[in-house]
Design a protein around this ligand. Structure first.
Ligand code: NAD
Length: 494
């Protein structure tokens, strides 16, 4: 059995806890590897290694740090296919989708190549006579990242690129369901010239996470995962004095107004709901269809579903792979099974005719869904799209704004005024106008509102740089006998 261990101090480190987790091949349903699950002592070791590497890396000049990022950019670019293949093997997403994940992750490394510019502070000459004031952004120390199963390469890249470029050292705790991409990233960073100990991967479960949350030498935690765990990470981490950004789950609504291009809306809904088998935090899971066009829109979505090719990534033409585990697939099936009992209409039942092996489920479409039904209230995180019929803009907006989540949303309309009003009114962090999956480019920042994010800072981009640095302001003068005298008053500018 293939064994996946840890990556510490620039090399593979075999686990000693005696505990391991199962890594499945979701396309066959068989175990393909065992991953070591770290003990608290193993986490302590990784943090100690990162702490030891910090002073030298923090003192490494900006050109050199940028150079490492440039090399990493070249290496990830050259290894797109290898990384995507690892994602496909352990996560199950099809190769085209996995390549897209790598491309969107790579953007963050490219952004971090500009670190000399990003870390520039402000400077005020002659703030007082003979006195200049300036600000400096300095790294925090050892920072940790805890990542989810659904983007095993991109989400770590959201974090470590800026964290390392800012001069921090990093301990990554990836999802135990698909840890290999993180291990490979460790090797690539070493090849890129990053000194040993600056980037470490500790595989594990709650035991490892809890130790990171309480470790006195971990200065900050970036987390991406489900809302209950995000809330726990935020509360525990901040209680222990750490800086925390914890991104949680989602229920992304797409509001389709009566004047929308319905074919475009149907294409977008199908792509955004069923891509990656719905296991994306920015997937569209609810279509809010204006009453007058709802029948047409549901018919158009339904018509498109049979053409979606569900199958293993290894099979030519597969567009949608399996879910991550059998347990998760069964949970998603439960929402489909329960829908009609709650008064909804099952338009397409994705439980029919699924491949015998692996954790597959086909796309489901459920109409006439309302708040209070489980398939509306919960984050399903699978290939299930629900439709709620609304009277129009106000009705749709009210539903979005009363939802506990506020990650992404989209409006489909030809009416620029309505779209602008939507941007103004909607209580959601990332908004698409005729764009169903509005993941911001790397030079903006990613983050939801409400129960989709705990903490003040969004991830990556400029906010990522702020998260991984703290500002120091220096007020300075050089000895000048003309300005020197005893003065017990509070310093004033003059
Ligand atoms: P998860 O919350 O189960 O796990 C995320 C991480 O937390 C993993 O590394 C896991 O090992 C760890 N973890 C799990 N249970 C824990 C516990 N009890 N104590 C401490 N640590 C624990 O999430 P997942 O199933 O891997 O990922 C899917 C979820 O992530 C979905 O809810 C999805 O919406 C969300 N997600 C959000 C974003 C975003 O940007 N907001 C992006 C991707 C995924």
């Amino acid at each position: 059995m293939n064994r996946i261990s840890h990556w510490v101090d620039g090399k593979v480190l075999e686990g000693t806890s005696g505990r391991s987790g199962v890594v499945f091949d979701p396309a066959t349903g068989q175990q393909q590897a065992a991953v070591d699950l770290a003990s608290a002592a193993e986490v302590d070791h990784a943090v100690a290694v990162a702490a030891k590497a910090f002073p030298e890396w923090r003192a490494t000049n900006l050109s050199r740090r940028a150079e490492v990022m440039f090399h990493m950019r070249e290496l990830v670019d050259a290894n797109r296919k290898e990384i995507a293949t690892l994602l496909t093997k352990e996560h199950g997403k099809v190769l085209g989708d996995a390549l897209g994940e790598v491309a969107r992750g790579l953007e963050n490394i490219e952004f971090a190549c500009g670190i000399p510019n990003l870390l520039k502070g402000g400077y005020s000459e002659q703030a007082s006579t003979g006195i200049d004031v300036y600000s400096i952004k300095q790294p925090l120390g050892v920072v940790a990242g805890i990542t989810p199963f659904n983007f095993p390469a991109m989400v770590p890249m959201w974090m470590f690129a800026n964290a390392l470029a800012c001069g921090n050292t990093f301990v990554l705790k990836p999802s135990e369901k698909d840890p290999s991409a993180s291990m490979f990233i460790g090797e690539l960073l070493k090849q890129a010239g990053l000194p040993d100990g600056c980037f470490n991967v500790i595989n594990g479960d709650k035991v490892a996470v809890d130790r990171l949350l309480e470790h006195p030498d971990v200065q900050a935690i970036s987390f991406v995962g489900s809302t209950p765990i995000a809330r726990y990470i935020y509360e525990t981490g901040t209680k222990n004095g750490k800086r925390v950004q914890a991104l949680g789950g989602a229920k992304n609504h797409m509001l389709v107004l009566a004047d929308a291009d319905l074919d475009m809306a149907a294409d977008a809904a199908v792509s955004a709901a069923y891509g990656s088998a719905g296991e994306r935090c920015m997937a569209i899971s609810v279509v809010l269809a204006s009453d007058t066009i709802a029948d047409d829109l549901v018919a158009k979505i339904k018509d498109r579903i049979p053409a979606i090719k569900v199958g293993p990534a290894s099979e030519n033409g597969s567009e949608m792979g399996p879910l991550i585990t059998g347990e998760h697939r069964d949970k998603v099936k439960g929402y489909v099974a329960g829908a009609e009992g709650e008064g909804a209409t099952l338009v397409v039942d994705g439980r029919d005719d699924v491949p015998a092996d692996g954790f597959f489920l086909k796309p489901s479409l459920i109409d006439n869904v309302a708040p209070g039904m489980r398939c509306y209230d919960d984050e399903i995180f699978g290939p299930v799209l629900t439709v709620t019929r609304v009277k129009g803009y106000d009705d749709g907006l009210a539903l979005i704004n009363s939802n506990q989540y506020g990650n992404g949303t989209a409006i489909f309309t030809r009416d620029g005024g309505a779209a602008r009003q939507f941007e103004f009114d909607v209580q959601v962090g990332m908004v698409g106008v005729n764009v169903p999956v509005p993941v911001p480019v790397s030079y903006y920042s990613f983050g939801g509102w409400k129960s989709s994010l705990f903490g003040d800072t969004h991830m990556y981009g400029p906010e990522g740089v702020n998260f991984y640095t703290r500002t120091k302001v220096v007020t300075k003068r050089w000895p000048d006998p003309r300005t020197s005298k005893v003065d017990l008053g509070f310093p004033q500018n003059r």
